[in-house]
Ligand binder design. Structure first.
Ligand code: SF4
Length: 685
């Protein structure tokens, strides 16, 4: 990799060392040897090129360890370094905490910018055009609330609007956010107030460009034109990137997607002159009629009254059209035909508008952009439906399934079985240096599962740093020997009883993690003995995790029951969390279509699905869950595992070995609660 002569990787750790630039500028500076080691590794990688996976547990100072060499590398004339994160919390930390220190540490001014996807930014022209023709009092009231913000914001980032009501954010993203199709003929520039162009312009001049995983996935898999040329990339919180990228590559057709179509279609009373009478009006009416037919056919096809039976996985995999017919005997022909007609009518309407280029005032541009968006979405939906009802005609690396929704009705979905081969293909095109890092990437020092997930399983260089915390002083790790297996009757009652005992004594703030809403609901139903001053917070499928977390933080004493979203990325330091209960080993569900397809593929290749897939995935998840407890050197707390398989099954050793504390065996739930209470008193003395 070409590097400028001013760059010397070996000197980077000095900036972070005692007596170095950082120590002079940060009052709370502490020397972190692993941070310096990691900084040197990253600095060398930028110089030499290659790929590197780094597991850096909380407390190492990972973000400074990569952001300092990234800054020096960029300032030495090597172009921008892109840093992709999963959470907004980490983006904020990089921007507001690390970036201001950085300039002093490296001794030169540098630019750190945040770029989000286009739909995060308000478009003034769409806003004004829609405001001019909004007749509903709700829309007018919403626009009245937003206008003062629009006039003073420097970024136009819709995330700054914190007090939106449910549904308003989605409405704004759909109707007034920046949209490429609307921009195509526009004459806006960053100077005339286009927030997105301004953000892009700033991003183009950045030394360090911070993006989220979703934008990185769009860039890598969507034509590589979102981010300007960069040769070095750091993917932080990398454990989450595979899921985000797969989401980007997934597809679905269902009633909700079809219902959303109509948002972009101008109403019959549109104010665009070309559509108010004559041919334009009749073309628009034809599109409305065709849409009504699609809507009716879709309700018939997807609207079965039979949902998944209680306790059954709502997802049913199918491999070809015959298997789909067995799951859903209704023919797709009616919907297929209706989509074809709608697609043709939308094309005709667009051609008609193209023949009237003279109407290009802002209001007409909004209408045109809506129609273009509608037409493109109909074409894409039609393609998706074709692939989903005949998966045998598509690519063999896709898995397809039928999924029941919350109420009646289902959708058809697909996703790549593996991300690895696609990602590896994209990374071969560049950038030259890529660091994947997270607090959890390896199972007992073994990165092979993560490496295969990202398609770099042929000798991916990797480093796993130990935690800088003194776990044996700060925490205790208890697990039950006896009790019902989570799949047996009585597990929910026993779990609820143990939770209630922990709330009595030591009586600290407690987070209990589950692997399914069903388990969580069963335990919540059995929890009748919680002390009266404890707030019981229960995650439900429609709960907003961030608001549950806020309530948990604010509560004096609380028990939070959470599922998948709470196993990772939750930061509850100090007395915000002192007891963490892992109710069962977090094995993936075998009926998960992608998991099942991967297991099948692995076995067909001669591998073992349990040891090669289910177990390492569950061990990594367990580590993530475990990591919620100790976030600072001053934290202390109790981890309790209520799944007897940890001690009773041979594979339980793999879990125990991956965790940073020796497990203390107790006979059952009551004994666990007693041991926890004693430890708390002992260590509080
Ligand atoms: S360039 Fe596009 S996004 Fe920006 S203000 Fe103009 S129309 Fe809106």
């Amino acid at each position: 990799m070409k590097s400028a002569s001013t760059y010397n990787a070996e000197t980077i750790p000095d900036l972070l060392a005692p007596g170095g630039a950082l120590s002079h500028d940060v009052p709370s500076y502490e020397d972190r040897p692993y941070q310096r080691e990691l900084a040197l590794e990253v600095a060398r990688l930028f110089e030499e090129g290659g790929r590197l996976a780094v597991e850096a547990p909380t407390g190492i100072g990972k973000s400074l360890a990569y952001i300092v060499p990234a800054a020096v590398w960029s300032l030495a004339g090597n172009g921008p370094v892109v840093i992709a994160t999963h959470t907004r919390t980490l983006q904020d930390q990089l921007l507001r905490l690390e970036a201001p220190r950085l300039a002093k540490t490296v001794g030169r001014p540098l630019r750190v910018e945040l770029l989000k996807g286009r739909t995060n930014y308000l478009c003034r022209r769409r806003f004004e055009a829609l405001a001019a023709e909004a007749t509903g009092s709700g829309t007018q009231e919403l626009f009245g609330r937003i206008r003062p913000w629009m006039e003073q914001t420097l970024t136009g980032d819709l995330a700054e609007l914190e007090s939106l009501r449910p549904g308003e954010r989605l409405f704004l993203e759909a109707r007034v956010a920046s949209d490429l199709r609307f921009c195509a003929h526009s004459r806006c520039t960053p100077d005339t107030g286009c927030f997105f162009k301004r953000a892009r312009a700033r991003a183009g001049e950045a030394n360090l460009l911070i993006v989220n995983h979703a934008l990185l996935a769009i860039h890598l898999f969507g034509g590589r034109d979102l981010l300007s040329g960069f040769d070095a990339l750091v993917v932080d919180e990398a454990h989450a990137f595979v899921r985000v990228a797969l989401d980007h590559l997934s597809d679905y057709v269902g009633q909700a997607r079809i219902a959303a179509l109509v948002e972009d279609l101008p109403g019959r009373r549109t104010q665009m002159p070309a559509l108010m009478s004559g041919e334009g009006a009749s073309r628009l009416a034809a599109v409305h009629r065709a849409y009504s037919r699609v809507d009716t056919e879709a309700r018939t096809y997807f609207g079965s009254k039979n949902g998944a039976r209680p306790g059954e996985d709502p997802r049913q995999r199918y491999r070809d059209s015959d298997e789909l017919t067995a799951l859903n005997p209704l023919s797709p022909e009616g919907l297929r035909d209706a989509l074809g007609t709608l697609s043709a009518d939308a094309d005709t309407l667009r051609h008609f508008l193209e023949s009237r280029p003279d109407e290009d005032d802002d209001r007409s541009l909004v209408t045109r952009s809506g129609i273009e968006r509608f037409r493109a979405e109909v074409a894409s939906l039609r393609d998706s439906f074709e692939h989903l009802v005949q998966p045998e005609m598509g690519e063999s690396d896709q898995v397809t399934w039928k999924e029941w929704g919350e109420g009646a009705g289902f959708s058809l979905r697909s996703t790549p079985i593996e991300l690895g081969p696609r990602l590896a293909g994209q990374l071969r095109e560049g950038p030259t240096a890529v660091v994947f890092t997270s607090a959890t990437l390896a199972a007992g020092g073994d990165f092979s599962f993560f490496a295969s997930e990202i398609g770099l399983d042929h000798g991916l260089p990797s480093i796993a740093y130990p935690s800088p915390f003194e776990f044996e002083r700060q925490a205790i790790f208890l697990a039950v020997r006896r009790g019902p297996d989570p799949r047996q009757p009585g597990w929910a009652e026993t779990t609820a009883f143990t939770l209630a005992a922990l709330l009595q004594d030591p009586g600290r703030k407690t987070l209990a993690l589950f692997t399914s809403y069903r388990d969580l609901g069963n335990v919540a139903d059995c929890l009748r003995l919680t002390p009266p001053d404890f707030s019981l917070l229960v995650q439900e499928p429609r709960s907003e995790p961030s608001s549950l977390l806020d309530r948990f933080r604010k509560a004096e004493r609380a028990l939070l029951l959470g599922t998948a979203t709470f196993w990772e990325g939750v930061d509850l330091p100090g007395d915000d969390l002192e007891v963490l209960v892992l109710t069962r080993l977090p094995f993936g569900v075998p009926t998960d279509p992608r998991f099942a397809a991967r297991a099948e593929r692995l076995e067909a290749e001669g591998g073992n699905a349990f040891t090669g897939l289910y177990l390492p995935e569950a061990v990594l998840r367990m580590k993530q869950g475990f990591g919620r407890l100790i976030r600072r050197r001053s934290d202390r707390g109790i981890v309790a595992v209520l799944d007897p398989r940890l001690l009773g099954k041979g594979y339980g050793k793999r879990f125990a070995a991956a965790l940073p504390l020796p497990v203390i065996e107790v006979s059952d739930g009551p004994a666990l609660a007693q041991e926890a209470a004693q430890w708390w008193r002992r260590t509080s003395a």
